[in-house]
Design a protein around this ligand. Structure first.
Ligand SMILES: Cc1cc2nc3c(=O)[nH]c(=O)nc-3n(C[C@H](O)[C@H](O)[C@H](O)COP(=O)(O)OP(=O)(O)OC[C@H]3O[C@@H](n4cnc5c(N)ncnc54)[C@H](O)[C@@H]3O)c2cc1C
Ligand SMILES: NC(=O)c1ccc[n+]([C@@H]2O[C@H](COP(=O)([O-])OP(=O)(O)OC[C@H]3O[C@@H](n4cnc5c(N)ncnc54)[C@H](O)[C@@H]3O)[C@@H](O)[C@H]2O)c1
Length: 477
C-alpha cells in the first residue's frame, strides 16, 4: 500500500494493492481491523460489496495481538506446568521446572504470525483494500455514510461506514499510575516478575494473576470490591477466591489503590485507601477496566452520539445516530467479547449487503469463560439474578462439588463446583455456572441447550458420559 498517493482528495488510485477495484467510491469503509472490523469486512465482501479497511496496527486487533490469543497461550503454558507438577506424583520420572519464557514466546508469536498471514491472504482473496492508516470521520453524506480521512490526508467515501475501533486499558486516576503496567505491557514481558501486585478483580485481573502465579511469580491481588468477578455467580467467585488463596495468591479484598511510588532501589509500592503501604513489587499491573477508542475519530463532526462512558451509542441493529454509519464491538457498550463483536458485524453486513431481514443480534444468554485456574464458565442468570427476576419461590438451584479424577489421583486439593439455576414448575434451566477442570470446553454445548429452553428433566433424560466432569451436570438433582 506504500504506493497510495498522499494528500489527495480521492478515493483509491489505480495502483492500489487490489488494483481491480480502481478509483471511485467504496460500498463500505471499515475503521479498525480487529475482531468486529475484519468479520464485517469479510461478510460484506462475500456479498459483493467493495470494501476498504483501515487498520494501522497488526491485523486482528486486541484479541489476536494483546488479548484472547496470547492470553490463552499463556494460560495453556500455565496449565501444562500444573500438569507437569502432577506427573511426578503419578509416577512419571519428570521434574517440573520453570518455564523458559523466550522459547515459549517464540511459539506464541509464531502462532500469531500465522493468523496475520491468514488474514492477509483472505483480505487479498476477498478483494478488500487494506489501508494501514488511522481513519477519521470528516464529513457526513446526505445519502448516508460519509467521508473518512486517513492520517496522511487520503480521503475515501462510502454510503456505509463501520466503526470497529475497539478499546484500550484504563488506569485509575491516582498519583504514580504511570508506573504501573497494563495488559498490553504484560504481553511484552520476557520473564515472570518475581513479585507482582495485580490491581482489579475482573476478567483480566483474575486471568493474569492466575497465569503469573502458576508460572512462578509471587502474586498479590488488590481488589477494590469485596469479591472477585462481579457479575458472576457469588458461590463460584467465592470458591475461586479460595482456590487462588490455596494456590498461594495473596488476596486483599476491599482494597482500593490510592497511590503508586517507586523506591530508590527501583521497587514499587502501593498505598491503599486506608493509608497502608503494600509491596515491594517488581511490577504493578492494572486490570481496572477498558474504555472505547473514540478519541480523534471525528464522531461529533458527523453526528455520531456517544454515551456517558464514551461508547458509541447504537440501536439493537448496530446503527448509530448518523444514517449509514454503524458500530460494533468494544467501541460500543455491547459485552466486550470477541464472538459478540464478530456476530454483530456479520449479522449487520448480511442485512445491509445480503438482504437478511433483521440486523438485531440476540445478546441474551451469551456464554463466557474466564481462563482462571481452574477456569470458570457461565451462561444465563446467576442465582441472585434469577431470584430478583422470577422471585424466590420460582427458583430452584442444584449444586455439586467434587474432585475431578486427575486431582483425586494426584491428591491435588483443587475441587470443581457446578451450579444449575432453574425456574418454575417445569424447572426450566436459566443459568449454568461452572468452576473446574474443563469448564471452558464443557460450557459451549450446554449453552446451546439452555438457549433452546431445556428443562432439568431434559438433562436427566440424557445418558451421562462416564467418567467425566461434564456428566455431573446431567446427574444434578
Ligand atoms: C487481555 C485481554 C484478554 C481477552 N480475552 C478474551 C477472551 O478470552 N475471549 C473473548 O471473547 N474476549 C476476550 N477479550 C476481549 C476481546 O479482545 C475484545 O472484545 C475484542 O477484541 C473486541 O473486538 P473489536 O473489533 O471491537 O476491537 P479490537 O479487537 O480492539 O480492534 C480494534 C482495532 O481498531 C484499530 N483502530 C483503533 N482506532 C482506529 C482508527 N482511528 N483507524 C483505524 N483503526 C483503528 C485498532 O488498532 C484495533 O486493531 C480480551 C481482551 C483483553 C484486553
Ligand atoms: N475470557 C474472556 O472472555 C475475557 C478476558 C479478558 C477480558 N475480557 C473482556 O474485557 C473486558 C475488560 O476486562 P477488565 O478485566 O479490564 O474489566 P472488568 O470490568 O472485568 O474488571 C475491571 C475490574 O477493575 C476494578 N476497577 C475499576 N476501576 C478501578 C479503580 N479505579 N481502582 C481499583 N479497581 C478498579 C473493577 O472493580 C473490576 O474488578 C471484560 O469486561 C471482558 O468483557 C474477556
Amino acid at each position: 500500500m506504500s504506493s497510495l498517493p498522499r494528500n489527495r482528495e480521492v478515493l483509491v488510485s489505480e495502483s492500489d494493492a487490489n488494483g481491480a477495484r480502481a478509483a471511485g467510491e467504496f460500498d463500505l469503509i471499515v475503521i479498525g481491523g480487529g475482531s468486529g472490523g475484519l468479520a464485517g469486512a469479510f461478510r460484506a465482501a462475500e456479498h459483493g460489496a467493495r470494501v476498504a479497511l483501515m487498520e494501522p496496527s497488526a491485523l486482528g486487533g486486541t484479541c489476536v495481538n494483546v488479548g484472547c490469543v496470547p492470553k490463552k497461550a499463556m494460560w495453556l503454558a500455565a496449565e501444562v506446568g500444573r500438569r507437569l507438577a502432577m506427573a511426578g506424583p503419578l509416577g512419571f520420572p519428570v521434574q517440573a521446572r520453570a518455564l523458559d519464557w523466550p522459547t515459549f514466546i517464540a511459539h506464541r508469536e509464531r502462532y500469531i504470525h500465522n493468523i496475520h498471514q491468514s488474514y492477509r491472504r483472505r483480505i487479498d482473496a476477498a478483494g478488500i483494500v487494506h489501508l494501514p492508516r488511522h481513519g477519521r470521520l470528516v464529513e457526513r453524506m446526505r445519502s448516508g455514510g460519509g467521508v473518512v480521512e486517513c492520517d496522511d490526508g487520503l480521503r475515501l467515501q462510502a454510503q456505509r461506514i463501520l466503526i470497529a475501533t475497539g478499546g484500550h486499558a484504563l488506569r485509575p486516576d491516582i498519583p504514580g499510575a504511570g508506573l504501573g503496567a497494563v495488559s498490553d505491557d504484560f504481553f511484552r514481558w520476557t520473564a515472570a516478575p518475581e513479585r507482582i501486585a495485580v490491581v482489579g478483580g475482573g476478567y483480566i485481573a483474575v486471568e493474569l494473576a492466575g497465569v503469573l502465579q502458576q508460572l512462578g511469580s509471587r502474586v498479590e491481588m488488590l481488589v477494590r470490591g469485596e469479591r472477585l468477578l462481579h457479575g458472576f455467580d457469588a458461590a463460584i467467585a467465592e470458591q475461586l477466591a479460595d482456590d487462588y488463596c490455596q494456590a498461594g495468591i495473596r488476596l486483599s479484598l476491599g482494597c482500593p489503590v490510592a497511590e503508586l511510588q517507586r523506591d530508590d532501589d527501583g521497587q514499587l509500592r502501593v498505598r491503599d485507601g486506608a493509608g497502608t503501604w503494600h509491596g515491594p513489587y517488581d511490577q504493578v499491573l492494572f486490570a481496572t477496566g477498558r474504555g472505547p477508542n473514540t478519541h480523534g475519530l471525528g464522531l461529533p463532526e458527523v453526528g455520531v452520539e456517544t454515551d456517558a462512558d464514551g461508547h458509541v451509542r447504537v440501536d439493537a441493529g448496530h446503527a448509530t445516530s448518523a444514517p449509514g454509519i454503524h458500530a460494533v464491538g468494544d467501541v460500543t457498550a455491547d459485552m466486550a467479547l470477541t464472538p459478540v463483536a464478530i456476530a454483530a458485524a456479520r449479522r449487520l453486513m448480511s442485512h445491509v449487503f445480503g438482504g437478511a431481514a433483521d440486523p438485531a443480534l440476540d445478546q441474551t444468554n451469551v456464554p463466557t469463560v474466564v481462563f482462571s485456574h481452574p477456569p470458570v464458565g457461565a451462561v444465563g442468570l446467576t442465582e441472585a439474578q434469577a431470584r430478583e427476576r422470577h422471585g424466590d419461590a420460582a427458583v430452584r438451584v442444584y449444586t455439586t462439588g467434587f474432585r475431578p479424577m486427575l486431582e483425586a489421583l494426584t491428591d491435588t486439593p483443587q475441587r470443581s463446583l457446578f451450579k444449575l439455576v432453574c425456574i418454575g414448575e417445569e424447572r426450566r434451566v436459566v443459568g449454568l455456572h461452572l468452576l473446574g477442570e474443563a469448564a471452558d470446553e464443557i460450557l459451549q454445548g450446554f449453552a446451546v441447550a439452555l438457549k433452546k429452553g431445556i428443562t432439568l428433566q431434559d438433562l436427566h433424560d440424557t445418558i451421562a458420559i462416564h467418567p467425566t466432569s461434564a456428566e455431573e451436570i446431567v446427574l444434578l438433582r
